[in-house]
Design a protein around this ligand. Sequence first.
Ligand SMILES: [Zn+2]
Ligand SMILES: [Zn+2]
Length: 219
Amino acid sequence: MLKYEIIPVTPFAQNCTLFWCSDTKQAAVVDPGGDIEKIKAAITKHGLTLEKIFITHAHLDHAGATNALAVLYSVPIEGPHKEDLFWINAIEEQKQMFGEAFNYAEKFTSNRFLQQNDTVKFGNITFEVYFCPGHTPGHIVFFHRESKLAQVGDVLFSGSIGRTDFPRGDHATLIRSIRDNLFNLGDDVRFIPGHGPMSTFGQERRTNPQVSDTAVGVR
Ligand SMILES: [Zn+2]
Ligand SMILES: [Zn+2]
């Protein structure tokens, strides 16, 4: 069975999530943006063995501590999509963009870039991968079908959507990613956004001012 604990990290309170398989106690961390001591403490507290790190997209608030965590636990990094490689390579520019609090951030090497219809595994758990560009060109989303739970990074938030004013961001692409890929997974799917409280795809489809049925002219 899938269990999880959301660990807000970095000055941006980014939702890093520790997921684990209750059968095997094997764990995966999604989006270790920073505050590696907090992540470590949660892994220890639950008595888990970290098996993998998964990355939704390569912005520093989501990926800044990826390399440090991978080295500390000797675990592989899976994600994001290869189109985010330019953000990984632009780590120094990103430090200027995100500010001094991110000076700890390091470049990382993905062991496996991901794309639509891939799956990632840890313990007895399988996440489906959805390619959702728009906020960044290589953004992906992780979905656990059995528990109807997704981690969506900066694609969609409770009541808003990701910024598209960064290099290679695109508003129309982002709306399409949300409507065609995420909303199709079902109204009852709960999601952990990159920042802020959880919501469901149905709630956003009904009420999100930027991407609801009304906002995009669908009845
Ligand atoms: Zn972002
Ligand atoms: Zn973010």
